[in-house]
Design a protein around this ligand. Structure first.
Ligand code: BES
Ligand code: ZN
Ligand code: ZN
Length: 480
């Protein structure tokens, strides 16, 4: 999935060496001639940020992250620089590379390492010639240095791995990843990282009367699962747990309200990206032993027009007791999430955050560059989440959430209907979810950034793992 990342006192001689610096004058003595240093300075003046000199047995590179208007912009530029470096090294078939922080801003240095690592992700499981296609870089050495600690590098390594696991899960087709397999993958990752996973089977889901999850599952030949993940450190900073809820729709055909082909169904294996983000976040928190108590809930099924499929016009009863008139079986995410959000009440949570590839309307509104957010949490929580988003460049754009938007989902015959008409689709979906909450809550519609159809730099093509770095940063800040 990634090259190995190692923190070490020395970098092997055969490895390419990258000096990350803010000026040619701060490069360490002995590596460059005065003429070369002049030449590098000249390049820096022309705004070049990555310069390479061939030493035959290896190459020397000088990378210069640049100050931007904001810290967040500088960090993002550094990640992009790391990604450019990864591409360059792979093109040159480099196997080992050592990175040296010589007088660069240490945050920018970390950003560069992050971009290099994330940008080296590959999903080759189904490629017969994976060996040939594999990136050349196998080892990334970080030279031990006062600017960055081993702990920081270890932390980053686990976060990058967590993003990779989320991306793997999203990239897996439903021919492999059905709801049961998804649950098994969660258990595997839970064991590896140290968080617990309990999976409720269909009988338990029936006993809990999860009418939303069961209705969506009716057209499927595979049973649904409801997964409860928990990271409970010994001395958490929070008394009441945070709960993350992720949409785990392993494939969305639209059901009887079938999605039109070609096109709109092709990437719908990504409809469990919210669930994958929850798994990835718990993985990173547990691996890095972040002292925050967090619970994850992931309802999972596929949505198909099978023989017994739920139909437009059906009225279903959710686990909360609410009745829903289903007028479009393609608005299924809110049905499985409604049951999960209701389930979250039992934890008396500090805050609940849900992540879901919920609406095409969210994509229409802000595209793939950011995540739509809304909710009922206080301004401080929302602001802290947005700040975390800015820092890791998983940005949030808030939509209005006024009460009257709920009028659009009033039903003639039931408590509500599952669609709201032509306008404000992302908001009416949120308003639907709100009915199942009685706690501070933030809804993240990740339909845009979860899965990219074209190359997205270090975010890659296909599953991006969006949400993992955002939530990890949010909880890291809470842990202090
Ligand atoms: N999974 C889709 C939303 C989606 C769209 C995710 C594009 C990723 C990319 C969701 O279940 C859906 O089909 N929503 C419908 C709702 C509508 C019928 C009210 C939509 O947005 O079209
Ligand atoms: Zn749908
Ligand atoms: Zn869906």
């Amino acid at each position: 999935m990634y090259p190995k990342l190692k923190y070490h006192t020395t970098i092997p001689e055969k490895a390419d060496r990258v000096f990350v610096t803010d000026a040619a004058t701060s490069l360490p003595a002995g590596w460059f001639t005065p003429e070369e240093l002049d030449w590098i300075s000249g390049k820096f003046e022309k705004e070049e940020t990555l310069i390479s000199i061939n030493r035959f047995a290896y190459q020397l590179h000088v990378a210069r992250p640049s100050e931007k208007k904001t810290l967040a912009a500088g960090l993002e530029a550094s990640r992009n620089l790391g990604y450019t470096l990864a591409k360059k090294l792979n093109q040159a078939k480099v196997q080992e590379v050592g990175l040296v922080c010589s007088n660069a801003n240490s945050g920018f240095f970390m950003g560069l390492v992050e971009g290099l690592m994330l940008g080296s992700y590959q999903f080759l499981k189904y490629k017969s010639d994976a060996d040939k296609l594999k990136n050349s870089i196998e080892k990334v050495w970080i030279e031990a240095n006062d600017a960055v600690s081993e702990q920081e590098i270890q932390d980053l390594k686990q976060v990058v791995k967590a993003v990779g696991h989320a991306r793997d899960l999203v990239n897996e087709p439903q021919s492999f990843l059905n709801a049961t397999q998804f649950a098994d993958e969660m258990k595997r990752l839970g064991k590896e990282a140290g968080f617990s996973v309990e999976t409720l089977n269909k009988a338990k889901i029936e006993a809990l009367k999860m009418g939303g999850l069961l209705a969506v599952n009716k057209g499927s030949v595979q049973p649904p699962t409801f997964n409860i993940l928990e990271w409970k450190p010994e001395n958490p900073v929070n008394e009441k747990p945070f709960v993350l809820v992720g949409k785990g729709l392993v494939y969305d055909t639209g059901g009887l309200s079938l999605k039109p082909t070609p096109g709109s169904m092709d990437s719908m294996k990504c409809d469990m990206a919210g669930g994958a983000a929850v798994v990835g976040t718990l993985y990173a928190l547990a691996k890095n032993e972040v002292p925050v108590h967090v619970i994850g809930l992931v309802p999972s099924t596929d949505n198909r027009p099978g023989l017994d499929a739920y139909t437009p016009g059906d009225v279903i009863t959710m686990s909360s007791g609410h009745t829903v008139e289903v007028l479009n079986t393609d608005a299924e995410g809110r049905l499985i999430l409604g049951d999960a959000l209701h389930y979250a009440k039992r934890y008396n949570p500090e805050l609940v955050i849900d992540l879901a590839t919920l609406t095409g309307a969210a994509v229409m509104a802000i595209g793939t560059n950011a995540t739509v957010c809304m909710g009922t949490a206080d301004e401080t929580n929302m602001l802290n989440l947005k700040k975390a988003g800015d820092l890791v460049h998983e940005r949030l754009a808030e939509l209005p959430f006024w009460d009257d938007y709920a009028d659009l989902i009033k039903s003639d015959i039931a408590d509500m209907k599952n669609i709201g008409g032509r306008y404000a689709g992302a908001i009416t979906a949120g308003k639907f979810l709100e009915k199942f909450t009685d706690y501070p809550w933030i809804h993240l519609d990740i339909a845009g950034p979860a899965f990219l159809e074209s190359d997205g730099g270090y975010r890659g093509k296909g599953g991006t793992g969006v949400g993992v770095r955002l939530l990890y940063q949010f909880f890291k800040n809470i842990a202090g």
